[in-house]
Write a protein that binds this ligand. Sequence first.
Ligand SMILES: [Zn+2]
Length: 249
Amino acid sequence: MFYFDNFYGKKILKSSLLSDYDCFFTTRDFVLTASNRKDLEETADENRKLLKDRLNVQVIVSAKQVHGDNIETVKADKAFYDNTDALISDIPNTLMLLNYADCVPIILYSKKDNTGSIVHAGWRGTASEILYKTVLKLKNEFNINPKNVTALIGPSIGKCCFETHEDVFHQLINNIDDSDLYVKKYNKYFIDLKKLNYNQLIKSGIENIDTCSYCTCCMSDIFFSYRKENGITARHSAVVKIREDNVCQ
Ligand SMILES: [Zn+2]
């Protein structure tokens, strides 16, 4: 279950599945990335300082997101990754952050292995199955059993608002009988990106999943929406900090 919480006076969105972890989604109230909203740059800088100070870390690890399917394992001496849409870390006290305005944010965390990941899946990332590939990497390179992974699918544009043309539809929907994945109205398709990513989690063997029902486009008073704001928008973020102490050992 998702619920709004308070991070030192700033509104954030958490899940009861990871309530004891520093894993959450930010809102307009806690902007960490101004993007092309130059007027929010100073606020974002102040908020990043607050985040680092309160979580007691020196750096925020992040990436240049390009809607691709490159997944990086965070190295201790590198804080920024080019051409990257998913980050994984098992290094205690590592703080990772990726940014969104309508795309689907996914947080993965194995409490048993004290390893976390953040994924950015817009329609291109969803079509290239970056989420499924990230779980495969956790399995193959970190020896993590998907049954031990908790997954949070955060706020993103919903089926109510994600209207696409036929070309995008065909890249996302393999079987037109999958009527729970989309709605067709006249010649437009309304696609459920969260459900597509949920299905990738199920295919990868993850069972412990919380999906946020919020649509960023319908709720652009709380989240940033690229579509609603015609591209002139800042970003909300997904934040994961790897715990210092592994409580599950
Ligand atoms: Zn909507």
